[in-house]
Design a protein around this ligand. Structure first.
Ligand code: 13P
Ligand code: SF4
Length: 307
């Protein structure tokens, strides 16, 4: 038995004993995606966390995702295999900065991308993910000013899709997606002229403008499943290549940039040994004070109700 097989075997035994469910984001390492009970995008995994009948939820992804699961699964034990796995975009806005923004626009409604800390969510009216940002924005009355935090690329893309003018978009961004440049897309198109370009809305507007489809990671998986095309250039984090091959093994996927240009190192901190240790130790746990969890729950549950 190889070392990885042995670890997977131990993970399997423990998750059964503990009635645990392992959730993994589409950007995690291939071996983590393969061992997970469910893989998906931020919205899909939030829904899985909320619906789970497990006693223990292990979230393989970055901290804000594990925090969202903990807010939705109060009463369950929520584990995050590496608490150092954060998200630089989420760290780009502090509660103090958001409160300052709110005081400048006192009548505005705060729409917060789930790539944010639990403290920011607690200061918000509504949450969204990249797969429902347009629908959530459209659900807000047209005459209401909206503050959108923290991602300027997702925010401006969603604003363009809805044609709204009264949205104040914060200046945060994802450093991984910002490393994908239009000239990389042009070069990939020359190399693979028959391929469709799929881009995540966290990419720069110039990259998004070059794409044949703009979608969340879950949206990309749906797109390739349904598409007649056989080749795709992928403008998002490199873990997606494995997720795409799993759903469409007969199709070809080309990363827009070679590793590690589009790799999210925080996602790669979640490894098989850390997953095993956290099941063995029932730690590290994601513990959110009740009042904070209560306040963060409202905007997340409003998002889930919109669909
Ligand atoms: P998705 O919701 O599309 O999976 O995106 C999460 C993320 O962190 C993108 O960088
Ligand atoms: Fe955060 Fe970007 Fe990594 Fe997504 S890819 S978790 S937005 S740093």
């Amino acid at each position: 038995m190889t070392q990885d097989n042995d670890i997977v075997h131990q993970i399997d035994r423990l998750r059964q004993d503990l009635n645990a469910v392992v959730l993994a984001h589409n950007y995690t390492l291939p071996e983590i995606q393969d061992v997970a009970d469910f893989t998906g995008d931020s919205l899909g995994l939030s829904r899985q966390a909320a619906a789970s009948g497990a006693d223990v939820v292990v979230f393989c992804g970055v901290r804000f995702m594990a925090e969202t699961a903990a807010v939705l699964c109060r009463g369950k034990t929520v584990l995050h295999p590496d608490p150092n796995s954060g998200c630089p975009m989420a760290d780009m806005i502090t509660p103090r900065q958001l409160r300052q923004l709110k005081s400048r626009y006192p009548d505005a409604l705060v729409l917060t991308y789930v790539n944010s800390s639990v403290e920011i969510k607690a200061e918000s009216d509504l949450c969204c993910t990249s797969s429902n940002a347009v629908a959530v924005l459209e659900s807000i009355p047209a005459d209401r000013t909206v503050i959108f935090v923290p991602d300027r690329n997702l925010g401006s893309w969603a604003v363009a899709q809805t044609g709204r003018s009264n949205v104040v978009v914060y200046d945060g961004f994802c450093p991984v997606h910002m490393r994908i440049l239009p000239e990389m897309v042009s070069a990939a198109r020359v190399e693979h002229p028959s391929a469709l370009v799929l881009a995540h809305p966290e990419c720069r507007p110039e990259v998004v403008a070059m794409a044949d489809a703009v979608a969340s990671t879950g949206g990309m998986l749906d797109f390739v499943r349904k598409s007649q095309a056989d080749e795709f250039i992928i403008c998002t984090e490199s873990g997606m290549l494995h997720a795409l091959k799993r759903v469409a093994p007969g199709k070809s996927f080309y990363p827009v940039a070679p590793d590690p240009i589009a790799a999210c190192m925080n996602m790669k901190l979640i490894t098989l040994p850390k997953l095993l240790w956290c099941l063995q130790d029932l730690a590290p746990r994601v513990v959110i004070p009740d009042d904070l969890a209560e306040r963060a729950y409202s905007p997340i549950s409003r998002m889930l109700a919109i669909g």
